[in-house]
Design a protein around this ligand. Structure first.
Ligand code: PBG
Length: 330
């Protein structure tokens, strides 16, 4: 760096004098194109139910979601990630792959009305199992990896048949990307991309989501399948395995406490799009501080999103996406 000169010839503050010069020289820029807005879909008609732990977020029945999506699209967001909040649960997660299931019906309605909207579906069993784990259980009550793969793959296929544009497995079973890719390819969906939750950590920041999705585990925790927050190199290995199994995009989740992991994965696989998921607890923290007047909502959201993009995330999944699109237009 020596040949770049030094003070007093060099003054770093020259490029910080005005908003115009700061934005002209910015290394990282955000665009509405890179955002994905997550939604919780529940059964029923005419429902728009507030989620206590996520002020400003709602559980929608498919019909009310259509109205919401119209506004989202008008704001400039082009992609959504859908979660089913199903009241129909059993030990084998039967509704996860049902043709007339909640998500399957919602996707069909959404794609009919908004064919251009990119619909990504979360593929997991936790919203459909009565015990709330992300896979089915063995007789002794542990999560049965290999028995879950077939159900996950059938669930992904049912989403594809309903019209989903991308499937996003979030269960963290070993081998699920391979099982899903094989099932999709056998069934004529060889063009359907997989966005894998490659590095998903066992995180305290999912608390509000489990309340929103009514998917908290009935016993124990998810530490036997989700990653240990202490590990970063392991995330690169997880991403490598998923890419080899057929993942087209890989996700790091949560985002804000894992910027080093986003950077590590993005640097290890520069040709693979990396998504960062700013999860429910990250949303709730900013909302709580903003409501108390302890943080400027817009500034805090834009700073954290810029940090995730700077760390190497090309795709940003956030419950603030709709608001961000409005701010980017202003
Ligand atoms: C389902 C799933 C979870 C999230 C996304 N998919 C919850 C979990 O693993 O417990 C969390 C998303 C969020 O907190 O915003 N397995």
């Amino acid at each position: 760096m020596d040949d770049l000169g030094s003070f007093p010839e060099i003054r770093m503050r020259r490029l910080r004098q005005s908003e115009a010069i700061r934005s002209l020289t910015a290394e990282t820029r955000l665009s509405a194109d890179q955002f994905v807005m997550p939604y919780f879909v529940r059964e029923g008609r005419g429902v728009r139910e507030a989620i206590d732990a996520m002020p400003g977020q709602f559980r929608f029945s498919p019909d009310t979601l259509l109205g919401e999506l119209e506004e989202l699209i008008r704001a400039g967001i082009k992609a959504v990630l859908l979660f089913g909040v199903s009241g129909k649960k059993d030990a084998r997660a039967s509704m996860a792959a049902a043709e007339q299931g909640l998500i399957q019906k919602a996707v069909r309605e959404i794609k009919k009305r908004f064919p251009e909207l990119l619909v990504i579906t979360d593929v997991c069993l936790c919203a459909y199992t009565d015990h709330g784990h992300c896979g089915v259980l063995t007789d002794s009550g542990s999560v049965d990896n290999d028995a879950s793969l077939e159900i996950l793959a059938r669930s992904a296929l049912s989403h594809a048949e309903a019209g989903a544009d991308i499937v996003a497995p979030s269960d963290m079973m070993d081998g699920r990307v391979k099982a899903i890719r094989a099932m999709l390819d056998q069934s004529g969906f060889e063009h359907l991309p997989i966005m894998s939750y490659a590095a998903k950590y066992a995180s305290a920041f999912y608390g509000p989501f489990r309340d929103a999705a009514k998917s908290a585990p009935g016993f124990g925790d998810r530490k036997s399948y989700q990653m240990n927050p202490a590990n970063a190199s392991e995330a690169v290995r997880e991403a490598a395995l998923d890419i080899r199994e057929g993942a087209d995009m890989v996700m790091v989740k949560p985002a804000l406490a894992y910027l080093d992991v986003i950077r590590a994965v993005a640097s290890a696989f520069p040709a693979v799009p990396v998504a960062a998921y700013a999860v429910s607890g990250e949303y709730a923290m900013i909302e709580a501080a903003a409501q108390k007047g302890w943080a400027d909502r817009q500034a805090a959201v834009m700073e954290t999103m810029t940090a995730m993009a700077r760390a190497g995330a090309r795709i940003l999944i956030t419950y603030h996406a709709r608001q961000i699109a409005g701010w980017l237009q202003a």
